[in-house]
Design a protein around this ligand. Structure first.
Ligand code: AMP
Length: 330
């Protein structure tokens, strides 16, 4: 009897709670809501059972406290489980509805090497929950894994040249089909040529989509070399550090004021950091030449659509983040 009561109570509570969320706050994080509801439901179930036990205790003085405690826990777990099951169904239905009727948010981070794409991308991911797709990271993974693509790309990447359009278009067209891109994605380092931009547009047109925002970081050339040559990366997370502007906590300097490599460790995991083989002054000059000559014309391609937003990327990380987040709302 009491189990049915608890179930009915929690289901009714969940339905009411989730429909209130859906109508009054459609953008709310449903996982947080589900967890809240499950917790409230468990607590309500426990309280309800406790009051039932109290009644039954006054009626029958021989109640076993262990059995009553177990019953209370069971009731609470049942209530939470029923609620969780109910909400999971709602979340799935909402996801299906979104993927059917809402276009994906397709953003592009645009800027020279060292402009801050890799630093600001994770802030947008945090804000919007969209994955950052860096063709540079994907290619580095392919090189490290020694795949056929990696073998083709290795030498050209080390010299600061561009990998062929066919390879990167192939990588991106497969990547954006994955589940985590169902609400949208942030492109980082792609497209880099007008041909890549046109191939992307064509790919998106097939599904009735288009690029919705190009966030272009403006940074003076004189700042880029200092940023690139002082950059250290954490491989698995992509976190980037800078010997002067964002040093890792463990960093120690030698007598010449240069960082001691063995002390360059990731703040969160303590794992060693590395410097990219193309983060040198020589490779940078080639990368910048290709950026200004081949990549910048892409801005003219998207500008007529009114989707290009410029951000002054020459300021501190925090200041740039504020402008980036403000630009997302406009
Ligand atoms: P990034 O990490 O974006 O600076 O990219 C590192 C290197 O990967 C570049 O210098 C290129 O050699 C290669 N790469 C990354 N993305 C592309 C792309 N869209 N087209 C051609 N080459 C790319």
């Amino acid at each position: 009897m009491w189990q049915q009561g608890a179930r009915r109570f929690s289901a009714r509570f969940c339905r009411r709670f989730s429909s209130t969320i859906a109508t009054s706050a459609p953008g709310v994080n449903t996982r947080v809501a589900a967890t809240t509801v499950a917790t409230v439901s468990a607590a309500s179930g426990g309280l309800w059972l406790a009051s039932r036990q109290q009644e039954s205790k006054s009626a029958r003085c021989d109640a076993d406290p262990v059995a009553l405690g177990a019953a209370a826990l069971g009731g609470a777990a049942l209530g939470a489980g029923a609620c969780w099951y109910h909400l999971n169904g709602q979340i799935k239905a909402e996801k299906e509805r979104r993927s059917k009727y809402w276009p994906r948010k397709i953003m592009m981070l645009f800027g020279a090497p060292g402009a801050g794409k890799g630093t600001q991308g994770p802030k947008i991911t945090e804000e919007l929950g969209l994955p950052q797709l860096s063709t540079g990271d994907m290619l580095r993974e392919a090189v490290a894994a020694g795949t056929p693509v990696g073998k083709q790309a290795k030498a050209v990447m080390e010299s600061g040249g561009l990998v062929s359009d066919d390879i990167v278009i192939g990588i991106i067209s497969e990547r954006i089909k994955q589940d985590d891109c169902s609400d949208g994605f942030i492109l980082d380092g792609f497209p880099r040529t007008l041909e890549q931009a046109k191939a992307l547009d064509k790919l998106l047109t097939v599904s009735g989509e288009s690029v919705s925002l190009v966030m272009a970081f403006d940074v003076d050339g004189s700042i880029l070399e200092e940023r690139i040559c002082g950059r250290w990366m954490h491989k698995s997370s992509g976190r980037s550090y800078h010997v002067k502007y964002a040093p890792p906590r463990a960093m120690k300097l030698d007598a010449n004021g240069k960082p001691i490599p063995s002390t360059m460790k990731d703040d969160q995991t303590g794992e060693p950091l590395f410097q990219r083989s193309d983060d040198t002054a020589e490779a940078l000059s080639k990368r910048l030449k290709s950026y200004y000559g081949t990549t910048v014309p892409i801005l003219d391609h998207y500008a007529p659509h009114g989707i290009v937003k410029k951000v002054d990327g020459g300021r501190s990380i925090g200041e740039v983040t504020n402008s980036v987040l403000a630009a997302l709302k406009m």
